[in-house]
Design a binder for this molecule. Structure first.
Ligand code: NDP
Length: 256
């Protein structure tokens, strides 16, 4: 029931493109308020404008308040200063979508640069943990809240050439499942969304900007689009309060 989103405040990391941007627009349509974060402030503003238009077109009266805050989740100083940057009317976050993440390169273990494996862990794992820690105490105090972490098929099935990315997403999977168990006596919900192949900027970043190599991955297969995952995220957030979608594994029909 979409009415459960009305007036809720949703914070999304990595909201400047792909799954994060599509999720922001869908939440805006449903009457939620939004805090959109990512490193590229200019692109975030474009997404915020799209959210405002989507909210207006939906005709929904509630929600539609949108703030953008530049944030690199891998930067501890920025994390430390983050809460103070949230406008006072958006301080009571209801849903945290930990979406920021990437895979850089397809090298085999002996060839991976330390800077690359460190940056993937810093964003995909430590950034996600740090953001969760920022909000979990407040969720406990307010006896509400929903943490939605974006994992991956890579967090279930490791593949050659993806050792570090798969390790980060296995970490997300373990962290999310353990946290859900820790919070079992509370009304706080914890969800992990595990997408298969989704065509976004992610696909090209993996191949360090080589679009033709990125496109080859989708030969003979129709990948998911960001909106497919956005629908699952918004669906999870709009279940009745006693329902927790623990894991949602979403694949293109021809990916096994
Ligand atoms: P995109 O590249 O389109 O989006 C990734 C987002 O993360 C961007 O908004 C980017 O914005 C942001 N981001 C990256 N690093 C940081 C950082 N350090 N701090 C803050 N924001 C950051 O890819 P997707 O939408 O596809 O990816 C979203 C999530 O989905 C990721 O966690 C990814 O691992 C996961 N996923 C994707 C799949 C796919 O096939 N596409 C499959 C399975 C999971 P900016 O550069 O402005 O900071």
């Amino acid at each position: 029931n979409a009415s459960r989103l009305l007036g809720k405040t949703v914070l999304i990391t990595g909201a400047s493109s792909g799954i994060g941007a599509a999720t922001a627009i869908l939440f805006a349509k449903g009457g939620a308020n939004l805090i959109l974060t990512a490193r590229r402030a200019d692109v975030l503003k474009t997404v915020a404008d799209a959210c405002t238009s989507a909210h207006k077109e939906s005709g929904v009266q509630q929600g539609g308040r949108i703030a953008t805050i530049q944030l690199d989740v891998s930067d501890k100083t920025q994390i430390g200063a983050f809460l103070d940057k949230i406008p006072s009317d958006l301080r009571n976050v209801d849903v945290l979508v930990n979406n920021a993440g990437f895979v850089l390169g397809v090298e085999r273990v002996g060839d991976i640069a330390a800077a690359d494996y460190e940056s993937m862990f810093a964003t995909n794992v430590f950034g996600l943990i740090a953001m969760t820690q920022l909000f979990i105490k407040d969720f406990k105090t307010r006896k509400t809240g929903h943490v939605i972490n974006i994992g991956s098929i890579a967090g279930r099935e490791p593949y050659a050439g993806g050792s570090i990315y798969c390790a980060t997403k296995h970490a997300v999977n373990a962290f999310t499942a353990a946290m859900m168990r820790e919070l079992v006596d509370t009304p706080i919900r914890v969800t992990e969304i595990q997408p298969g192949m989704v065509e976004t900027e992610f696909s090209v970043i993996r191949f360090r900007g080589d679009k033709s190599a990125a496109d080859k991955v989708y030969d003979g297969l129709q990948p998911l689009v960001a909106e497919d995952i956005a629908e699952e995220i918004v669906w999870a957030a709009s279940r009745p309060p006693h329902v927790n979608l623990a894991e949602v594994f979403v694949l293109p029909v021809n990916q096994a």
